[in-house]
Design a protein around this ligand. Structure first.
Ligand code: C2O
Ligand code: CU
Ligand code: CU
Length: 548
C-alpha cells in the first residue's frame, strides 16, 4: 500500500525526530516575528515510491567509524603560476562506487572522489601551494532526479557535470570551482591552491550549476586540512588523535539505494529541502570509534544538504571547541551543545582520560549517532590544550568602504507554494552587483525576509560576525526601510572567530565584516542549503583589482 504524503512526512519526521524546516530550526522559529506566516513547505513533497529504512530497526554501533585515507600526491608538476618550482599534484578521480553504509544494509551505489565516500583527506600547509587534478570519471547518466527547469540544468546540458570547490580556500577565481566551469565525464581540471591562509578545517565538494545538491548527495565531498606552524606550536592532539568527522544525512531505502525527495510535479522535481532518515558519520550509520583514554581533536563538518546538527555528548561531558570555520578561536570554549548549520565547522577537543573502559556517545538532539569506546589503556598523552590559542583581532566596521544591504527573499508561485529563494531579489543570471575592491573592507547586512534561517557563505574571504538585529518586516516591505525593533545582539563566543558561513536568522539583519584579500576575478556567494543554492539562491561577485 502506498504511503500518503502525510504518512510519509509523519513517519520520516518521527523516525529521526526532525523533518520539517519548522522543526529543524526551533530557535529560528522562536525568534520569528509573530506576523510572519509559518510556511508549510513540506506540502510539495511527493511520497517516495520506495520503502525507506526504519532507523529504529537498525543495530546501533556495530560498524567502526571510517577515517578517510590521506590523499597522496602521486606526481610532482610545474605550473605557470609558480615558475621554477615543482609542486605536489594530487589526482582525484570522481567515480561510481558501492558503499556499505551499515553492516545490515545492502551496499549503496554512490559517487565518490577516488571512489570513496567521503573522499580522501587532502592535507596542505600554509604557504605551500599544491595542485589537484580533479578528474570526472563518472558515468554519463545521473542516478538522482535532475530538474531540467532549473537554471543551468536545462536539457541541452550534459546530465552529469562536475566542478570542485574547496570550501573556505582562498583560491584564485580560475581554481575556485565557479559553478559554470563544470565539465562532463572524461574531462578534468587542473586547479592550484596557494594555501596562503591560516590553519583551518576546509572541505571540498562539487559545485556544478543546478545539480550541486544531487552531486553532493551522491557522495562528492571530502576534507581539506590546512596546517601551519602556529597551530602546530600549540601541541594540540595530532596524527591518529586528530580526526575529521563529516556529518550528513541521507534517505536510504531498504534495498540500500539512496532516495532523493521529489515534488509532486514530475516535470519539475526540485524540492526546497532534503532531510534524511539516517545520520552518517564519515559515511557510516551509527558507527563506533575505539579511542584511548586521552585527548582527541575532532573536526566536525556539516556536509548535509539541509539538516542542521545539534550536537552534544552523553554523560554531560563538555566539548572543548577550539576552532570554527576558518580556524582557531582565541581560546578553547567549553560547550555542552554545538549547533552546526550546513557547511559550518567546529573543531573540538574531547578528553577521554577519565573514561577508561567506558563508552560515551555523540548525540544529534536526543539520538546517539556515534559511540566512543574508551580503551582501558593507551600511550602517554603528551598533547595539550592551551588556555589561549591565537589572537583574532576584530575588524573595525568603521573601516568599511562599502556597507551593502542584501535581502534574502522567497517568491511564491501562483499556488502560493513552490518557492524560489533569491539573494537581494536577483537571479543568478542578473548582472553582477557586488563588486568589492581587492584589500578593501566591507560590511554586508543580510536582511532575512523569509521564514527560515539560511546559512550564507562567501567564497574566497573569511569574515567576522558583527551582530544580528531584529527589524520591522512591514516597514521594509512598505518603504524598503530598515527599522530596527530591538537592540543588536552580539555574536556568541563561538562566533567570535573567523567564519566563512553565517546563520542568517529570520526576522533579523545579520551583519558581517571582511577584508577582500585574494586575487581579482569572479567568485560566488550563496545560501548553503543546497536546494536553495541550486535554485537561484546564489549570486556571483566580482573582486576588482586594488586601486594602484
Ligand atoms: Cu561549500 Cu560555494 O560552497
Ligand atoms: Cu565555498
Ligand atoms: Cu537558503
Amino acid at each position: 500500500m502506498a504511503l500518503t504524503r502525510r504518512d510519509f512526512l509523519r513517519s520520516a519526521g518521527a523516525l529521526v525526530g526532525v523533518y520539517t524546516l519548522a522543526d529543524a530550526w526551533p530557535q529560528a522559529r522562536a525568534s520569528m516575528p509573530m506576523a510572519m506566516p509559518a510556511r508549510t513547505s513540506a506540502a510539495m513533497l511527493a511520497a517516495p515510491k520506495v520503502a525507506l529504512v526504519n532507523p529504529s530497526s537498525l543495530a546501533r554501533f556495530v560498524d567502526p567509524l571510517p577515517v578517510p585515507a590521506l590523499a597522496r600526491a602521486s606526481v610532482t608538476r610545474t605550473h605557470p603560476m609558480y615558475p621554477g618550482r615543482t609542486l605536489p599534484c594530487y589526482r582525484m578521480t570522481m567515480r561510481a562506487c558501492k558503499v556499505r553504509l551499515h553492516r545490515d544494509l545492502p551496499a549503496t551505489p554512490m559517487w565518490g572522489y577516488e571512489g570513496q565516500f567521503p573522499g580522501p583527506t587532502i592535507e596542505a600547509r600554509r604557504g605551500e601551494p599544491l595542485l589537484v587534478e580533479w578528474i570526472n570519471g563518472l558515468p554519463s547518466k545521473h542516478f538522482l532526479p535532475i530538474d531540467h527547469t532549473i537554471h543551468g540544468a536545462e536539457h541541452d546540458k550534459p546530465e552529469v557535470r562536475t566542478v570542485t570547490h574547496v570550501h573556505g580556500a582562498r583560491a584564485p577565481a580560475t581554481s575556485d570551482g565557479f559553478p559554470e566551469d563544470w565539465y562532463p565525464p572524461g574531462h578534468s581540471a587542473l586547479y592550484h591552491y596557494p594555501n596562503g591562509q591560516d590553519a583551518a578545517t576546509l572541505w571540498y565538494h562539487d559545485h556544478a550549476m543546478g545539480i550541486t545538491r544531487l552531486n553532493i548527495y551522491a557522495g562528492l565531498f571530502g576534507t581539506y586540512l590546512v596546517r601551519d606552524d602556529d597551530e602546530q606550536g600549540l601541541n594540540l592532539p595530532t596524527g591518529d588523535y586528530d580526526i575529521p568527522l563529516m556529518l550528513c544525512d541521507r534517505l536510504v531505502a531498504q534495498d540500500g539505494q539512496l532516495y532523493y525527495p521529489v515534488s509532486e510535479d514530475p516535470a519539475a522535481p526540485w524540492v526546497m529541502q532534503c532531510n534524511g532518515n539516517l545520520v552518517l558519520c564519515n559515511g557510516k550509520i551509527y558507527p563506533y570509534f575505539e579511542v584511548e583514554p586521552r585527548r582527541y581533536r575532532f573536526r566536525l563538518i556539516n556536509t548535509a544538504n539541509t539538516r542542521f546538527f545539534d550536537l552534544s555528548l552523553s554523560r554531560d561531558q563538555p566539548l572543548q571547541q577550539i576552532a570554527s570555520d576558518q580556524g582557531l578561536l582565541p581560546a578553547p570554549l567549553p560547550r555542552t551543545r554545538i549547533e552546526l548549520y550546513p557547511a559550518e565547522r567546529a573543531d573540538v577537543v574531547i578528553d577521554f582520560a577519565g573514561l577508561a573502559g567506558q563508552s560515551i556517545q555523540l548525540r544529534h538532539q536526543a539520538e546517539g549517532i556515534l559511540e566512543f569506546r574508551v580503551r582501558e589503556h593507551g600511550g602517554r598523552d603528551t598533547s595539550s590544550l592551551p588556555a589561549s590559542l591565537r589572537a583574532v583581532p576584530r575588524i573595525d566596521p568603521a573601516k568599511a568602504v562599502q556597507n551593502r544591504i542584501l535581502t534574502l527573499n522567497e517568491t511564491d508561485d501562483a499556488n502560493g507554494n513552490a518557492m524560489t529563494m533569491l539573494l537581494d531579489g536577483k537571479r543568478w543570471s542578473d548582472p553582477v552587483t557586488e563588486k568589492p575592491r581587492q584589500n578593501s573592507v566591507e560590511t554586508w547586512s543580510f536582511v532575512n525576509l523569509t521564514g527560515d534561517a539560511h546559512p550564507i557563505h562567501l567564497h574566497l574571504v573569511r569574515f567576522q560576525i558583527i551582530d544580528r538585529r531584529p527589524f520591522d518586516l512591514f516597514a521594509w516591505n512598505a518603504h524598503r526601510k530598515l527599522v530596527f525593533t530591538g537592540p543588536a545582539i552580539a555574536p556568541e563566543s563561538q562566533e567570535l572567530g573567523w567564519k566563512d558561513t553565517v546563520r542568517a536568522d529570520p526576522g533579523m539583519v545579520t551583519r558581517i565584516a571582511m577584508r577582500f584579500e585574494g586575487e581579482p576575478g569572479r567568485y560566488v556567494w550563496h545560501c548553503h542549503l543546497l536546494e536553495h543554492e541550486d535554485n537561484e539562491m546564489m549570486r556571483p561577485f566580482e573582486l576588482l583589482p586594488a586601486h594602484s
